[in-house]
Design a protein around this ligand. Sequence first.
Ligand SMILES: O=P(O)(O)O[C@H]1O[C@H](CO)[C@@H](O)[C@H]1O
Ligand SMILES: O=c1cc[nH]c(=O)[nH]1
Length: 308
Amino acid sequence: METCRRNVDLNGGIHLPNPHIATMEEDVLYHFALGTKSHDLKKMFGDVKFVCTGGSPKRMQSFAYLLVEELGHQLPAGQTLVNITKATDRYSMFKVGPVLSVSHGMGIPSISIMLHEIIKLLSHAGCQDVTFFRIGTSGGLGLTPGTVVITEQAVDALLKPSMEFAILGKKVTRPADLDRGLTNQLLDCAMADDHFQTVLGKTMCTDDFYEGQARLDGALCDYTEEDKMQFLREIYDKGVRNIEMECICFAAMLNQAGLKGAVVCATLLDRLKGDQVSTPHEIMSEWQQRPQKIVARYIRRQLGISSK
Ligand SMILES: O=P(O)(O)O[C@H]1O[C@H](CO)[C@@H](O)[C@H]1O
Ligand SMILES: O=c1cc[nH]c(=O)[nH]1
């Protein structure tokens, strides 16, 4: 079942809900160091069908290399993938066939800027039927660390399934629904012989890693351990299975733009058992690859590439 509205322009491409863009002589995508006059966006990006995003520039680079293998993509002899946004250090962006792998930084302001510019980029490029994925990390609730959570509903830090934007000095509330059909198709990409679990759950999005996520180990804290545990148990009882810092904005912006997307995150710890992220780097790096594997399988299926 599809739960999001679809938005296409008369040519079947991505329709921008902002009427002002069509009146502009040039659109500079400042944080990507790209633009409609300086670059042939159609030629560079016209075939994009999937946008995969996550906070860390390096993670998105390694995901791009995973895709090179998974999609059987041929790189010219001796060449490496190019960071398309190398003229700026705000975000990194790699293209592997029809997939863009882009970093979004940490938190809502950072992912919001990236999404504005990537949605405009895809529209300028005339892309059609693009699916978005946030491939991330999170703190789990009551799950074995390393478990992958596919978000069935994004909620804000007050458990609301919508995002409040402050626009022209007023609160504007936008729904943050994700596409149920896509979520279920992703769950179907989890394999019985995966050595990790993949589950569906609500994902809470906060504006802060420490007090915002009920941690006791930030520089500031004026609540007790009992307060913390009561809060975490309460949100667990309401279906929250992981906490991160971008999903509500990702879901609300895509929803508003009529685009479909999914959020797939590895859990790095069980927040019912602690606050510090202290698992050895190699183990965490393997956990971070788990959502990538699920999404890569989905993309392979969509492209009709048989399973290995
Ligand atoms: O999923 P990634 O990009 O790792 O992001 C998660 O990790 C960061 C905090 O460490 C936050 O941005 C949170 O959402
Ligand atoms: O606990 C965690 C771990 C990763 N990312 C978060 O936002 N929280």
